[in-house]
Design a protein around this ligand. Structure first.
Ligand SMILES: *Cc1c(COP(=O)(O)O)cnc(C)c1O
Length: 339
């Protein structure tokens, strides 16, 4: 068996041994199937290809000091995928089927779960899509649910670091009453041009404002935003952002740490009052923000503390990572230990 250089795997795709599949047809889900091939045979008129009937999830499994594998908030991901099904008229994957498929994918690919010391983890990607043929614009009658896994390296190679973001008012990720609250591929397609431009300009990602008024903060790339001031954790309330499970967890941990937690509309100008700011999501947990440049308003909001993340972001980050790796007690029942 090949040796994997766990410290240098990055966030890419690496082939693993097995993927788990389940198909829906004639009104019901079939049995879970174990596949070795990375490819699938799909009808060319599948609704996912033409009309974007698709959703996905992203979660991780971690190997602890004790050698045990822990999966973080699997049920929340299952429920969120069900929400996405409502938004796209797809068959819902039952929570038990989702959980069983994830567990099976992790167990069968156990040799790809990186060792504790590496700081790497196993990324789990469940995907659901319309596989039935349809030419008229209608939901499919057949669906395919697949779970594959791939090891991913530590997000911060040189340690927990800040990066700059940029506000670009000429792009929207999603509409106020649109699909932003669902985890669907179309939102990502809609964000590629803006993301590329931000990268080309040297930013880690674009900072989206609400599409209607361009007045409030929505998301930072494909991550939720939070700001910290006066011992308060503040995160946007908006109909066009994706409810991040990381953000939900950080709100609970902030409360545990004695911070006040507010979920409300955040006007752009309020950025100047935050002591710390971060983007949060499964990939990085927290990606602390160095500064946010706003060229239209000729402003730059700076949060970095000499290039380092703020103390509360640092605390929240280590607390959440500690729970994920099993170094901290799982007091909120977020972790599933793989038996
Ligand atoms: C997945 C995603 C997030 C982060 O959600 P987590 O559950 O924390 O990984 C944030 N914003 C968007 C648009 C997303 O797709």
């Amino acid at each position: 068996m090949e040796q994997i250089d766990w410290g240098n795997i990055g966030f890419g795709y690496m082939k693993t041994d097995f993927n788990i599949r389940c198909t829906y047809s004639a009104g019901k889900w079939g049995e879970l199937e174990v596949h070795e091939s990375e490819y699938l045979s799909l009808h060319m008129a599948a609704t996912s290809l033409h009309y974007g009937q698709e959703s996905f999830e992203g979660l991780k499994a971690f190997r602890g000091k004790d050698g045990k594998i822990r999966i973080f908030r699997m049920k929340d991901n299952a429920l969120r995928m069900q929400d996405s099904s409502e938004g796209t008229m797809m068959a819902k994957v039952p929570v038990e089927v989702f959980e069983e498929a994830v567990l099976k994918a992790v167990k069968l690919n156990e040799r790809f779960v990186p060792p504790y010391e590496s700081g790497a983890s196993l990324y789990i990607r469940p995907v659901l899509f319309g596989s039935g043929a349809q030419v008229g614009v209608k939901p499919a009658t057949e669906y395919m649910f697949i779970v594959f896994v791939t090891p991913v390296g530590p997000y911060f190679k040189g340690g927990f670091q800040t990066t700059p973001f940029v506000i670009m008012r000429e792009y929207d990720r999603s509409a106020p009453l649109g699909m932003g609250k669902y985890k669907v591929g179309g939102n990502y397609a809609a964000s590629l041009v803006a993301g590329q431009r931000a990268h080309d300009m040297g930013y880690s990602n674009i900072f989206y404002l609400d599409a209607r008024e361009k007045k409030y903060i929505d998301e930072c790339g494909a991550a939720n935003f939070f700001g910290i001031k006066n011992n308060t954790y503040i995160t946007p309330k908006s109909t066009s952002i994706l409810p991040s499970i990381t953000n939900k967890s950080l709100m609970v941990l902030a409360d545990d740490l004695g911070l006040k937690v507010e979920q409300r509309a955040i006007p752009v100008e309020e950025l100047s009052t935050f002591e710390e700011a971060g983007a949060c999501g499964t990939a990085a947990v927290i990606s602390p923000i160095e500064r946010i440049d706003d060229f239209d308003e000729k402003k730059s909001y700076v949060f970095s503390h000499d290039g380092k993340p703020g103390p509360i972001s640092e605390k929240l980050y280590h607390k959440l990572r500690g729970i994920q790796y099993g170094d901290e007690p799982d007091t909120h029942g977020w972790v599933t230990v793989v038996e």
